[in-house]
Write a protein that binds this ligand. Structure first.
Ligand code: UD1
Ligand code: MG
Length: 448
């Protein structure tokens, strides 16, 4: 693959079978809209331009694919018609134009590169990615020349005669065109067929008539899944998760129970990371080397430094930055906060809008009270500070380096470095009071 590559992504369908208010291709797999996966694959192939054909009234989709140009297909008149909606973007292109469906997120960059290379090899007009399903019903059949193996036609299911219907080599939907004559080819396609649609697949016959050659390249069926329903969305999710698990392990992470770990497409794990069972990575997580993420932890949009220890049952929310060697233990929630190197927040805490200085120790049950119903306020805890258990830090709070806060305190304002601060009600002790109380209550109620 050496010529220029442009990509047209078809995303005009609403996907009625999803029963959703959202365009089908905005539904997420591995934490990313389906259309984002397809655009990501195009980027991986270093596509010079990626154009997206959208349907009417899809502002969220247009926003999601920005800055890639979008073209609206107003009436749904078939796949060739959909590609031609991007005609203004196709003009003047050279090399290859790859047509992808936004609802088919599983094609790998390697497979698509293989298709493009096959088109380039003999300067074919069209290269088509085919697969062999057990049941070919519903797919366009790839008709090949028995002698040369050349692709001579694609016949849509509804147009097949009996012999063609028995062909099990099918069109995956992915097609690569020679850019220079693509518009002319597509404009020669008519809609004289069973569905009255402009079939993109008729490009093969048009090319034949013009004395041009076409080729088919085979791909594993697993890559071809198109998502039309929530059930197929779940199948796509499962396939992608398995790929992400395999990739994480191939890159040097241990997954104790791979099937119970859920990744996002952009999760980054360092070397010698250990991920225990039932861990979920939302989008935007970067984990350093030698980190242990214990069971039942949930991470999203956060950074975990080398050698940190997370969980079990930890929740790292957006903006959490955990330093090297730091510890975040069970039932601890961290949001938009920096926990610096070697700091410990081990039990039952909420740390939000805060900095926890290096090697500080946050006692069990400590809460940063960051919200007054109107504003979020910041808590700053100095290096080496010690916050006693069950303390409430009512932001804005500033605790100096090395300061100690007594357990059970409610702290506001500023605490000097190296000071001891505590807020506690005076202790009262009444000798024998409890025994007398019980005696009186027994007399009163008759209970023993
Ligand atoms: C298409 C192929 C068929 C192939 C199958 C693989 C054609 C004529 N047929 O059939 O050979 O085996 O995919 O799944 O291309 N779309 C638009 N605008 C339109 C029509 C379709 O954007 O006017 C989009 C759809 O949203 C979808 C894709 O194009 O993402 C394919 O359309 P669909 O109607 O599913 O085509 P099939 O009949 O499945
Ligand atoms: Mg389809």
């Amino acid at each position: 693959m050496s010529l220029e590559l442009s990509v047209v992504v078809l995303a005009a369908g609403m996907g009625t079978r999803m029963k959703s208010a959202m365009p089908k291709v905005m539904h997420k797999v591995a934490g990313k809209p389906m259309v984002g996966h397809v655009i990501g694959t195009a980027a991986h192939l270093k596509a010079a331009t990626t154009m997206v054909v959208v349907g009417p009234d899809m502002p969220d989709l247009i926003k999601a694919v920005a800055p890639h140009p979008t073209f609206e297909q107003t009436d749904r008149l078939g796949t060739a018609h959909a590609v031609l909606a991007a005609k203004d973007g196709l003009k003047g292109l050279t090399g290859n134009v790859l047509v992808l469906y936004a609802d088919s997120p599983l094609f790998t960059a390697e497979t698509l590169a293989r298709l493009v290379a096959a088109r380039e090899e003999n300067d074919h007009a069209v290269a088509v990615l085919g697969f062999r399903p057990e049941d070919p019903t519903g797919y366009g059949r790839l008709v090949t020349d028995a002698m040369t193996g050349a692709l001579t036609a694609i016949v849509e299911d509804k147009e097949c005669d009996d012999a063609q219907r028995r062909i099990n080599f099918c069109n995956s939907g992915v097609m690569c065109f020679r850019a220079e004559d693509m518009i002319a080819t597509l404009e020669a396609i008519d809609n004289a067929n069973a569905k009255g649609e402009y079939y993109l697949t008729d490009a093969v016959e048009v090319a034949q008539k013009n004395g041009q050659s076409c080729v088919a390249v085979e791909v594993d069926e697993a890559e071809t899944l198109g998502v039309n329903s929530r059930t197929q969305l779940a199948v796509a999710e499962a396939i992608l998760q398995n790929r992400l698990r395999e990739a994480a392990m191939a890159d040097g992470a241990t997954l104790v129970d791979p099937g119970s770990v859920f990744f996002s497409a952009d999760t980054k794990l360092g070397r010698d990371v250990i991920v225990e069972p039932n861990v979920v990575f939302g989008p935007g997580v970067t984990v350093g080397d030698n980190v242990v993420i214990k069971a039942f932890s949930h991470l999203e949009s956060c950074v975990v430094g080398n050698g940190a220890d997370i969980g079990p049952y930890a929740r790292l929310r957006p903006g959490a930055e955990i330093g090297a060697g730091a510890r975040v233990g069970n039932f601890v929630e961290i949001k938009k906060a920096v926990v610096e190197d070697g700091a410990k927040v081990n039990h039952l805490s909420y740390i939000g809008d805060a900095r926890v200085g290096a090697k500080a120790n946050i006692g069990a049950g400590t809460i940063t009270c960051n919200y007054d119903g109107f504003r979020k306020q910041h808590t700053d805890i100095g290096a080496g500070a010690f916050i006693g258990s069950n303390s409430s830090l009512v932001a804005p709070v500033e605790i100096g380096d090395g300061a100690i806060v007594g357990a059970g305190s409610t702290i506001t304002g500023k605490v000097e470095a190296d000071a001891l601060t505590l807020t506690r009600a005076e202790r009262i002790e009444k000798k024998g009071w409890a025994a007398k109380f019980r005696e009186k209550m027994r007399e009163l109620t008759g209970k023993k």
